[in-house]
Write a protein that binds this ligand. Sequence first.
Ligand code: AMP
Length: 280
Amino acid sequence: MRVVSTIQEVREQVKAWKKEALSIGFVPTMGYLHEGHGSLITNARQNNDKVIVSIFVNPMQFGPTEDLASYPRDLEKDSAFCKSLGVDLIFHPEPEEMYTKNFCSYVDMDVLTKELCGLSRPLHFRGVCTVVNKLFNIVKPDRAYFGQKDAQQLAIIRRMVEDLNMDIQIIGCPIVREEDGLAKSSRNTYLSQEERKAALCLSRSIKMGQALVEAGERDAEKVIARMQEEINKEPLATIDYVKCVNGLTMQQIEHIEGPILVAIAVYIGKTRLIDNFMME
Ligand code: AMP
C-alpha cells in the first residue's frame, strides 16, 4: 500500500492502472477511520481492481465556529487500518496541495443543499461538492463509495454526478453502528462518558420513528413529534432538527409516501451528531 500526498503522485499511479485497464474504487474520507469507513472500503475492495482512500480534513466544508482545528487525526492508525483492508493507495494531501493561493472556483448546488444540515451549516455542502469534484478529477474512479450515515451528502453527490454528467457510479452503503446503536462517527471521540450515554437518544429516536412508519403511520408531523419527545427526555441533548423529507429532493413533506428520509441532528453538549433512516 502506498501513502502519497501530492496530486501528481496520484495521477501517475492512476494513469499506470488505467493503462492496464484496471478499475478503480474510491472512498473519500476525513480520516480517523472506524468500521463505518471500513464497510465502504470493504465494498470497494470487493468490486474493483484497485482501491484508493483519500484522507483529507477539508477546511472548505467547515464553518468559522466549527471543529476544523480539533477534528481528530491519526494517519498512522488510519494507514494500518487501510492496509489491513487491502487498500492500494492512500491520498493524504495538505490543504495547500488542494487549495492553491488564488483558488476561487466552487461547485455549488441549489435545492438539496438548502434543507437539513444545509440550514445550520450554510456553506458546508459547497465545500463538500467542491472537494469531491476535485478528488474525482484527481482519482478518476469508476466507482465511489459514500455512507448512508450522511444521507443528505449522499443524495447531493448523486445529484451532482447526474447534473454534471460525471461518468462515476455512486454506491451508497448502510449505516454502521456501535453495539448499543450509536452510529459510528469520528466525532464520537469528543464525547465524555456521560455524553456517550446521552448520545443514545439519537438512535433510540431513529428506532422509534422507523417503527412508527413501519407500523403504518403516514403523518410526518406525528412521527417527528414522537421522535423529538424521545430526544428531549435527555437533558444533555439539544435538537438542531428532526425532519421528514423527500428522499431525493430533501424537501420537507407532510405525508409519508415514496422514498423518504427522516433525519436528525442533535447537540450532545457541544458535539453535533447526526443520524437517519430511509424508507422506499
Ligand atoms: P467522514 O470521514 O466522516 O467524512 O466520512 C467519510 C465517509 O464515510 C462518508 O461517506 C460517510 O458517510 C461514511 N461514514 C461515516 N460514518 C459512517 C457510518 N457509521 N456508517 C457508514 N458510513 C459512514
